[in-house]
Design a protein around this ligand. Structure first.
Ligand SMILES: Cc1cc2nc3c(=O)[nH]c(=O)nc-3n(C[C@H](O)[C@H](O)[C@H](O)COP(=O)(O)O)c2cc1C
Ligand code: SF4
Length: 520
């Protein structure tokens, strides 16, 4: 008599899922199966990004993967009793995972493999479309790879949205004895987690993207710079790099191409400024994270004085699918000059927080209500900070503006790394403006005066406005200070700190006592 195939169960090993008990749930499932004498194949997959349902447990059935969540360790005996291993109904059942509307409505290109298999299994990676991009790239010339990237319309996902193809071409054409590829995995923006999710849930995708970048620009060494607050991502990436090396995906002859490329992982201490590319390079070289003056651009003179390609995790992780499916496939997603998809991250006061990868062109309203389900508190959403701590606050009247780099720039906002942080109608926007200035003062690297000193004075001026001390005079002073920060700062930390402050003033003047409060 043949032994029945073990039941296949998936419990995410992602740190977001672990933070709400996925580890204990996995243990409880193992124990319950052992107690019942059931053979189990328990896979610790990446998170699907439906964070409000974590820990999201999935079971393989003949009809497809069935999801249950949010599961607590105490729910496990009950799930076994209900027959969840066969996908049977239960109060935590969410139906077929692929049919959950939050997931079914997405356009997952960069995150296509997320949650499907064991993040460290190269077999799972290849079985789900991995390595096809690198294999194609090996058959192209470096210039052809750069042309493909340029034609895809990909723009940097780290914040500045600079065209990736132009940057690659610059590193490619700069002659040097050595070049580097550096992945910016610092991910310091508030409300963002897509880099971390990708590193934990699909690390080979980043490695593949970096290997393609190395072929294109002529680099033989790469670094991934991440932060000590991401211990799970570091562990997973470290193991993935070792396995990729053992499998010949990294090393002296990547996939038998004759090209050498190897990778090292570096951890920063979590300073926000170390996400700025030149401060990051300083930190990688072992010095404090002080911003470098530009020019020279890192593409010409970067790490250890050599031409260096610095790209964000999501930019690099989007490369394999562009190469495997072709530039036109990717370019066809999106609107205007915003091509492809962006993994938006819903955070803050939102009922269904998580990752939503969609083509550019949908609106904040679509994300907040169709996906996010409105605020977690059930109160009206009043303001949303888009694009991290330097992003503008968007009021409800602008929730219908398409998420497109240019449309957002026209309204004085930015999409940045796709972080969406929602606030309900109890938020005090004057305090949020103060917080933005205080953040700048706290995180300033101190190299230039407008940011180092101006941000501190900014906090004091906002305090005087809030306290109604010579309000008109201090409002004029704040405007002038913002102007100095915007035009006199060496980098975008000081240069963009005025954006949240001035957007709060513009859209919520009643919170500063300079307009009647409609609620009173
Ligand atoms: C203060 C500051 C913090 C930044 N933090 C990050 C970060 O955490 N991750 C990131 O990818 N880019 C960050 N950037 C943008 C980088 O300087 C750079 O533009 C980016 O790494 C380039 O990659 P991309 O073209 O793929 O976006 C930051 C910029 C500034 C000014
Ligand atoms: S703007 Fe601020 S963070 Fe940027 S270089 Fe100047 S002091 Fe440093």
């Amino acid at each position: 008599m043949s032994t029945p195939a073990p039941h296949r169960v998936y419990v995410p090993g992602d740190s977001g899922a672990l933070s709400v008990g996925a580890g204990q749930v996995a243990q409880a499932i193992q124990s319950e199966a052992a107690r019942s004498g059931l053979a189990l194949d328990l896979i610790r997959n990446g998170s699907r990004g439906l964070y409000w349902l974590e820990p999201l447990v999935e079971v393989e059935t003949a009809a497809g993967r069935v999801a249950y969540g949010p599961v607590r360790a105490e729910d496990v005996p009950d799930l076994f009793a209900a027959g969840f291993l066969a996908g049977q109904p239960h109060r935590l059942a969410q139906g077929l995972t692929a049919a959950i509307p939050y997931l079914a409505g997405q356009e997952r290109l960069t995150f296509a493999r997320m949650g499907l298999g064991d993040p460290l299994s190269l077999e799972d990676y290849s079985a789900n479309g991995g390595l096809a991009g690198l294999e194609r790239a090996i058959g192209l010339s470096p210039d052809q790879i750069v042309q493909e990237l340029t034609a895809s319309g990909l723009r940097g996902r780290g914040g500045a949205a600079f065209p990736t193809g132009i940057k690659w071409a610059k590193v490619r054409e700069t002659a040097a004895d050595r070049k580097y590829v550096v992945c910016n995995a610092d991910e310091g923006d508030s409300g963002t987690f897509s880099d971390r999710m990708l590193m934990e849930g699909d690390p080979y995708c980043l490695i593949e993207g970096m290997a393609i970048a190395a072929l294109a620009v002529g680099a033989d060494q790469g670094y991934i710079y991440t932060r000590s607050e991401y211990p799970h991502a570091c562990r997973t990436l470290g193991l993935a790099i070792e396995r990729a090396r053992a499998a010949g995906l990294l090393g002296p002859d990547i996939l038998g191409s004759g090209h050498a490329f190897d990778l090292e992982l570096r951890m920063g201490a979590g300073a926000y400024i170390c996400g700025e590319e030149t401060a990051l390079l300083e930190s990688l070289e072992g010095r404090p994270g002080l911003v470098r003056s530009k020019p020279p651009l890192p593409a010409v003179c970067g790490l250890f004085g050599r031409p260096t390609l610095v790209n964000n995790v999501i930019s690099l992780a989007s490369v394999p699918i562009i190469l495997s499916k072709g530039a036109a496939f990717y370019r066809d997603y999106g609107v205007g000059r915003s091509h492809g998809t962006l993994p938006f991250q819903l955070a803050g006061n939102i009922r269904r927080g998580g990752l939503v990868e969609k083509a550019f062109g949908l609106t904040l309203g679509d994300l907040l209500y169709d996906y996010g389900g409105g605020s977690a508190s059930g109160r009206p959403i009043r303001a949303v900070q888009v694009g991290g701590p330097l992003g503008a606050y968007v009021p409800e009247s602008r929730f219908d503006v398409p998420l497109d780099y240019d449309a957002y720039a026209r309204m004085g906002a930015m999409i940045g790394h796709g972080g969406i942080v929602a606030f309900d109608d109890r938020v005090d926007m004057a305090l949020m403006a103060r917080h933005a200035m205080a953040f700048c003062a706290q995180e300033s690297c101190g190299k230039c005066t407008p940011c180092r000193i101006g941000s501190r004075r900014g906090v004091e001026v906002i305090d005087r406005i809030i306290g109604n001390r010579e309000r008109a005079k201090n409002l004029a002073l704040l405007e002038s200070l913002c102007d100095t920060l915007r035009h006199g700062s060496l980098c975008a930390l000081g240069g963009m700190a005025p954006d949240p402050v001035q957007s709060a003033l513009r859209h919520f003047p009643e919170d500063f006592g300079i307009a009647p409060d409609p609620k009173r």
